[in-house]
Design a protein around this ligand. Structure first.
Ligand code: PLP
Length: 408
């Protein structure tokens, strides 16, 4: 489906998304290029300290992507540790959502762990905390009750439930209080995928800082960008030390350049990216306010168009951090036909999300089938992301909405 909507085929009148970069960012990046430090220099440290100040977390760790950040959280939580040993008979599990960008699940597979998917809330698309609780309860009890939560294939003889991995979908925080209660009851780690939710607040608390660790991502369509990059936040000193070592080829404190205590990665964030991110972070309130204004224009205009619903912001979301603008069509409307008609008018649009459990490699590895997660699949069929960014004008929003009205 992505292929038919490829931006290569048509010249669009409005881009799907645009970063908001000012002269201050350009100057900060140029200044780095006038120094000899292009990696592992003062910019990454300054960016991390700025993020600690902003989030209130004890540690902020810059990495090369959101996927890398989530992977380090999985490693630091010990998920999949020992899965490489010969004769390993245990699969580590994490309860997570099939309604997400694939990275939140892929990081489990990188460590030979498996997802226990539970379905989502139809209003927000966020993981359903009652199902998280039921799955944790049944899995720890074992036996037949546990079976119904497990994938059909790809699980070793024994399993160990290690973590919950909620995602703050489209910039709206997951229902974290309920998730944290379950996590405490069953002693599970909580990894918050806040890659879409920098600046969002859940009952007044900053999304991403509520679990054991959280990740914010900075691809160019996110609220702030570093080109590629992300920040992990955590209050856990031990985990932070491990993540700093793992992002830097497994070098522990005291290791020389060619000493590697751990099996690590190159997940470092370079100095140009960190400099860009530092200025973007200093502009965060402005950037979020601009996105909110654009979302407001969409909301007003969409209220006049029958058959399409604006995103729902629930009461626990005390601040929405608008990431993408995903509308939902009423049952009976052919979403893909509408998207194709929009494209023909020069307006890009994307189905958001295509369920993770139905991606070909997930079906092959775990035996998932259509119908396994009906709410996720329904949202996957009825949702469409419209062009969105903080630099969109009211006239562009009007153009998109007029085209949408025509396409319906
Ligand atoms: C953007 C995003 C990520 C991280 O993506 P990268 O491209 O690796 O930075 C992870 N999870 C979700 C839900 C995302 O939207």
């Amino acid at each position: 489906m992505e292929v038919s909507l490829s931006q290569n085929t048509v010249t669009f009148q409005v881009p799907m998304s645009s970063p908001d970069v000012s002269d201050a960012e350009r100057e900060a990046v140029a200044a780095v290029l006038r120094t000899p430090n292009l990696s592992m220099g003062p910019e990454i440290s300054a960016f991390e300290r700025a993020f600690e100040a902003y989030s209130g977390a004890r540690h902020a760790i810059g990495v090369s992507s959101g996927t890398a950040g989530l992977h380090l959280c999985v490693r630091a939580a010990g998920i999949g540790a020992g899965s490489h040993l010969p004769g390993n008979q245990t699969t580590d599990l994490a309860i997570t959502t099939p309604f997400s960008f694939v990275a939140s699940t892929n990081v489990l597979l990188f460590e030979h762990a498996a997802p226990v998917f539970v379905d989502v809330d139809p209003l927000t698309g966020n993981i359903d905390p009652a199902l998280v609780q039921a799955a944790a309860n049944d899995l720890l009890e074992g036996g037949q009750a546990a079976k119904r939560w497990l994938p059909r294939l790809g699980i070793a003889e024994n399993y160990a439930l290690k973590a919950i991995l909620p995602v703050d979908v489209f910039g709206q925080p997951a229902d974290m209080d309920a998730i944290l209660t379950t996590a405490r009851q069953y002693r599970l780690a909580v990894i918050e995928d806040s890659c879409e939710a920098l600046g969002a607040a859940y009952k007044g608390r900053l999304a991403g800082t509520l679990g054991d660790c959280g990740v914010y991502a900075f691809y160019p369509n996110k609220q702030i960008t570093t080109g590629e990059g992300a920040i992990i936040v955590t209050n856990d000193d031990h985990a932070a030390g491990m993540m700093r070592a793992l992002r830097n080829q497994g070098r522990a404190p005291g290791d020389t350049w060619l000493q590697h205590t751990h099996l690590g990665y190159n997940y470092r964030l370079d100095e140009m990216s960190a400099a860009l991110g530092r200025v973007q972070l200093s502009r965060l309130e402005e950037l979020l306010a601009r996105r909110e204004r654009v979302a407001g224009w969409y909301g007003e205009r969409l209220a006049e168009i029958p058959g399409v619903r604006a995103p729902e912001v629930v009461a626990s979301t005390t601040r929405m951090s608008w990431f993408v603008y995903v509308v939902r069509f009423d049952p009976g409307i052919d979403r893909d036909a509408v998207a194709a008609r929009l494209e023909a008018q020069g307006i890009p649009a994307r189905p958001y999300f295509l369920p993770i459990h139905l991606q070909p490699y997930m079906v092959e590895r775990f035996g998932f089938r259509p119908g396994d997660y009906p709410v996720t699949e329904d949202l996957g069929k009825r949702s469409l992301a419209l062009p969105f960014s903080g630099v969109m004008s009211e006239a562009q929003v009007e153009l998109v909405c007029r085209s949408l009205q025509k396409s319906l």
